[in-house]
Design a protein around this ligand. Structure first.
Ligand code: URA
Length: 433
């Protein structure tokens, strides 16, 4: 197999042989296929797509590039959740300890920021000392420990190494927004976790990789089918990403908002989605809908999820005192307002611009070797449906002197206004699976 021939075949719109795909992905995971060839192939897939047999071989090869965990010796259901990525989407942070506190085991392998979207690993690492580079033994031990039932880790050389490389490569080669590449990336690392059930949060709208409901539905159906074939009960919610989720965008800021949720406070949309996804996970774990919803709510409001997060932070080397005193998290040295240029109702948001604005400040990466500043980001003061007066803050920019002009330029294009009131889209649009 010559990589250049496979790239040419895909570029020309021909299907690849599943064995060639397996050899190529395995070679890439071992470092034998260079990034420049994988970038070209990813771009060819972006334009040409993958047929079902190709996608199945691609996902399987990514999954088998590392260990596939066997957690069958552990009692109880092993269930995880994954989002396709959005702006201000910090749901995994309150959700994972909540569901673990409800009794499920949650082996969660997450990613870093991708494109204009934030990543769970970057958010967690803004907690002082928190380590996400867990060994397989440590990860499994945490999931097995009844006082934790949760591991929060990234792809490693042991778990989903092909996704670790390809994810970072796609981030900087404009090859993220592809249904087969997203589906194989997500499902390979999720199926490697040894889970029985998976809830997917497929984001739709201006801040998502899928801008239309039709594309989001195709992505959801593709992933649900991959899960079904692998024997993993999989459901997907299509949820709104035409506005940022919650108020905070940026790593430490999002940890603060997650702590609020774990305290029974915080923005209504983040709380509602956390509870809905928790209920979906508990239903995959065998509970009836009403019981699942009640258990999720009472566990969150009773403080058990917050306590569980404290234990997990401690187990992963972090400082659990941030939960009592969020001021221990990094804080940007400067905060300035970005104000409304006119009075009116917020009619829409170009939400990816909000993500890009945060990236310019240092909250995300433009190159694989960029270092993130955990403190910087945005506090959104007006969202779709809100009435604003001219000069009223639309956002507060938490910055450290870097990228402020570019950030403002993105924000200037992020809000649109109307004279009449506008109703925001419902948070949960549909359920697939
Ligand atoms: N999340 C992932 O894990 N992979 C993608 O490609 C997109 C979102």
């Amino acid at each position: 197999m010559r990589a250049a021939e496979l790239i040419a075949r895909k570029r020309n719109g021909d299907a690849l042989d599943p064995d060639d795909i397996r050899a190529l992905i395995a070679g890439y995971a071992r470092g034998e296929v260079p990034d420049y060839q994988m970038s070209a192939l990813a771009m060819a897939v972006y334009f040409r797509g993958l047929e079902p047999a190709e996608l199945s071989a691609w996902t399987d090869a990514m999954l088998r590039s590392g260990d596939v965990l066997d957690l069958s010796h552990l009692s109880g259901a092993k269930v995880d959740k994954h989002s396709t990525g959005g702006v201000g989407d910090k749901i995994s942070l309150p959700l994972a300890p909540l569901v673990a506190a409800c009794g499920l085991r949650v082996p969660m392998v997450s990613g870093r920021g991708l494109g204009h979207t934030g990543g769970t690993l970057d958010k967690l690492e803004s907690i002082p000392g928190f380590r996400t580079d867990l060994s397989v033994e440590r990860f499994v031990a945490q999931v097995a420990d009844d006082d934790l039932r949760l591991g929060l880790a990234g792809q490693t050389e042991e778990i989903a190494p092909a996704d670790k490389r390809l994810y970072a490569l796609r981030d900087v080669t404009a090859t993220v927004e592809s249904i087969p590449l997203i589906a194989s990336s997500i499902m390979s690392k999720k199926l490697a976790e040894g889970i029985d059930g998976l809830v997917l949060d497929v984001k739709v709208g201006s801040g998502a990789f899928m801008k239309t409901e039709a594309d989001a539905r195709r992505l959801a159906e593709t992933m649900v089918e991959i899960g079904r074939r692998a024997g993993c009960a999989t459901v997907a919610l299509l949820t709104d990403m035409s506005r940022p989720l919650g108020r905070m965008v940026g790593n430490a800021l999002e940890v603060r908002e997650s702590i609020d949720i774990l305290r029974g406070e915080g923005p209504a949309d983040v709380r509602a989605l956390t509870l809905r996804l928790a209920a979906e996970m508990l239903m995959l774990g065998g509970l009836a809908r009403g019981v699942a919803e009640d258990l999720a709510r009472s566990t969150l409001d009773g403080g058990a999820a917050l306590k569980r997060f404290a234990r997990v932070i401690e187990a992963q080397g972090g400082d659990p005192a941030v939960l009592e005193d969020p001021d221990r998290l990094a804080k940007a040295p400067h905060v300035v307002d970005f104000v409304a240029p006119r009075a009116g109702h917020v009619a829409g948001m170009h939400t990816a611009r909000v993500g890009l604005a945060a990236m310019c400040l240092g909250a995300g990466r433009a190159r694989t070797d960029d270092v993130i500043d955990p403190a910087v980001g945005l506090e959104i003061c007006a969202t779709v449906g809100d009435r604003v007066e001219k000069g009223q803050p639309l956002a507060r920019i938490h910055h450290a002197g870097r990228g402020l002009d570019d950030c403002r330029a993105h924000l200037a294009a992020a809000w649109t206004f109307a004279d009449a009131p506008v109703a925001p889209r419902p948070l949960v649009i549909d359920r697939v699976g």
